[in-house]
Design a protein around this ligand. Structure first.
Ligand SMILES: Cc1ncc(COP(=O)(O)O)c(C=O)c1O
Length: 370
């Protein structure tokens, strides 16, 4: 009999643990000895912040996704806030965001004093709807934040619309490491892109973490300034920033994870092929399968059937952003975004991560097709 392993890959024994292991989690953070060595080496260097690991992580990440520059930071939410600051977005400005996403997409806009304008999502792909974006552009609109939701690339029309109206396109790529659109990887599609390395994400850094990338030479310097109190080389604060820097230990772990991301994405894609679902993939794009969501009219029942089979599943995202209490004063709080309202509470995320086995996939399929 093989010895069971923990989530983190450490050997453990015992029946209670065995039972725990039999559950298939929705996400499973990865680390190995190389990550441990990298973390310890960063610690032993005595240089815990503002060192070579963060610099190299940024350079390697930019090269990997095809961006002009990339700067590690403390979280995906911090990256989104920084993106708003880098684009000089503030009071009086509007930024169009999808009605169905993680709330940080919208709150990053509110946190700089601007107004998020909620657009509906596409019925087929659940990303922000380009027609609704165009309908909601006003003279106050400064940017659109397109989210590659669950790892599905947003519509290529967003780029065209933003170019036509002279506004910026920000990618919320928190869930989209390795996703691509017309051959361009997430991170190199918009003016700025924001990634998250939260432990459940497609790659992680052993804690909180994020990355800001840009395709614009003129913004490259601003990226590194914003995460460091807006300071220039002479240590003068020339604009409003704060400390959003990533630690050296996290960056060292991130650099090792980056070496695995293509292989992990390929495994996610293979798993998504083997699982019986009907999610459509946008033409000329590659899905990163951060989440595999199935649309179900009775999500509570489906989740309970998964639970009985020892498989974790949950609804993403049950409440459209405009309907959250934080937006109770927002003029769109009661507005019905048709597709968001129709699907948000019915999308059930099921495991698709690289650590699931063929047997796990059989178990998942037997719940989906009893
Ligand atoms: C779409 C989206 N945007 C932003 C974030 C925020 O990232 P973080 O949790 O690293 O702040 C997340 C993370 O859950 C996300 O899924």
């Amino acid at each position: 009999m093989t010895t069971p392993t923990t989530w983190a890959g450490h050997t453990q024994g015992g029946e209670p643990f065995r039972r725990y292991m039999d559950r298939v989690p929705l996400a499973k953070p990865f680390w190995d000895e190389e990550c441990e060595r990298a973390a310890i080496s960063a610690l032993s260097s005595g240089r815990w912040v503002k060192g070579p690991e963060a610099r190299m992580f940024g350079e390697e990440f930019a090269k990997w996704c095809g961006a002009v520059a990339a700067v590690p930071c403390q979280s995906g939410s911090a990256a989104l806030w920084a993106a708003m600051r880098i684009l000089d977005i503030g009071p009086g400005d509007e930024v169009i965001v999808p009605g169905m996403t993680f709330i940080a997409t919208a709150t990053s806009v509110s946190l700089v004093g601007a107004t998020p304008i909620f657009a509906d999502i596409e019925e087929e792909y659940w990303c922000i709807c380009p027609d609704d974006v165009e309908a909601k552009i006003t003279e106050k609109t400064k940017a659109v934040i397109g989210v590659h939701i669950f790892g599905q690339s947003f519509s290529p029309r967003l780029r065209e619309i933003c170019d036509k109206h002279g506004i910026s396109l920000v990618e919320d790529a928190a869930q989209a490491h390795g996703a691509s659109l017309n051959g361009t990887l997430a991170g190199a599609i918009g003016d700025i892109a924001c990634f998250s390395f939260f432990p459940s994400k497609n790659m992680a850094v052993g804690g909180e973490g994020g990355m800001i990338t840009t395709t614009r030479e003129d913004l490259a310097q601003k990226l590194s300034r914003l995460v460091d109190h807006g300071r220039n080389d002479a240590l003068e604060s020339v604009e409003l920033g704060t400390n959003l820097r990533m630690s050296e230990v996290s960056a060292a772990i991130g650099r090792i994870q980056l070496k695995h991301i293509d292989e992990w994405t390929a495994k996610r894609r293979g798993n998504a092929i083997d699982i019986n679902h009907s999610t459509k993939i946008r033409p000329n794009s590659e899905h990163a399968w951060h989440q595999l969501c199935v649309l179900n009219d009775n999500p509570a029942d489906l989740i309970s059937r998964f639970d009985s089979a020892g498989i974790d599943a949950r609804v993403h995202y049950p409440i459209p952003c405009n309907r959250h209490q934080v937006y109770s004063e927002h003029h769109q709080h009661e507005e019905s975004l048709e597709i968001c309202d129709k699907v948000a509470h019915k999308l059930v995320a099921i495991p698709v991560h690289p650590s699931i086995s063929d047997i796990d996939i059989e178990r998942i399929n037997s719940v989906l097709n009893p």
